[in-house]
Design a protein around this ligand. Structure first.
Ligand code: AMP
Length: 272
């Protein structure tokens, strides 16, 4: 595995290779990230993983300065997983001054997670546009866990005629059902119990749907009842174009939940 910090060096190496899989991350690598890496290794000649805590996707009051970092462990994991290139740039080498920017569409990016985090997805799309242009991967791997993110990235790639397949990978969960996340290290026993309720309410909702309950309002009410003791940001059922749906259609919908636990925003979802 080679570790690269310099974007131009990465660009020059990537230019020579045609079968590239790319896994963008912010590090503190866990089994969720590893599942994406394994998927890329299986389907591409070389796999590039980036670890970059992207400043432009954090709002002022968020945890940018405290975001979990485990650089040495991350390097060991990537080596063990047979990653070919680990890209760990500094922010100064990624961003210049007075740069043009891509803007996420406000209708789809200022709702759900973007409602409380306006401009978050602008930051996400900007950094990914840069990383995609440096690497020019054929396949890029994203988690369904960050549903709004993967749908917006997919839309950007299609809108700008970029020749990249956005592969949507299943959410990897702890044994207790909680979706794995780098931010789970902030959880204590009580907040872990709350997050278990969140994931359980999604599994229950899916079970109700499979039994024939298709009315979104009823499904949302059942979920809200299960997590009523918590600080809930939203419970929504949308389709892949972000439209709210009165009735669930199998293979077409996503149920999304966002809750605040100790000032941190936790999200989970289930793709129906
Ligand atoms: P992050 O480091 O949190 O920015 O995540 C990097 C990538 O890993 C994103 O595409 C996430 O959606 C994905 N990811 C994060 N957690 C999980 C998980 N539990 N299961 C699958 N993918 C995940």
């Amino acid at each position: 595995m080679i570790i690269i910090k310099n974007p131009i060096e990465l660009f020059n190496i990537c230019k020579k290779e045609n079968s590239k899989g790319f896994v963008p991350t912010m590090g503190a690598i866990h089994k969720g990230h590893i599942s994406l890496i394994k998927e890329s290794i299986q389907n591409n000649k070389i796999t590039i993983v980036s670890i970059f805590i992207n400043p432009t996707q954090f709002l002022e009051n968020e945890d940018f300065g405290q975001y979990p970092q485990k650089k040495d462990d991350d390097i060991d994991i990537c080596k063990k997983e047979n990653v070919d290139i680990l890209f760990m740039p500094l922010a100064d080498s990624i961003y210049g001054i007075n740069e043009p920017k891509v803007q996420a569409n406000s209708i789809t990016s200022y709702i759900l997670d973007g409602f409380k985090r306006p401009s978050h997805f602008d930051g996400v799309l900007n950094v990914l546009l840069k990383l995609f242009n440096l690497i020019k991967p054929q396949n890029a791997y994203f988690g369904k866990k960050d549903a709004q993110q993967v749908l917006l990235v997919d839309k950007m790639v299609k809108s700008f005629f970029m020749d990249i397949n956005i592969i949507k990978c299943e959410t990897i969960r702890e044994d207790n059902g909680i979706a794995m996340s780098s931010r789970n290290i902030y959880l204590d026993d009580i907040s872990t119990k709350d997050l278990i309720k969140v994931s359980q309410s999604l599994f229950d909702a899916k079970a109700f749907i499979l039994k024939g309950e298709l009315k979104s309002e009823n499904i949302i009410n059942i979920i809200k009842e299960n997590i009523k003791s918590m600080d809930v940001n939203y419970v929504h059922i949308i389709d892949k174009a972000f439209k709210k749906c009165n009735y669930v259609r199998i293979s077409n919908n996503i149920i999304l939940i966002s809750v605040n636990i100790k000032k941190i925003n936790y999200i989970d979802n289930i793709w129906i």
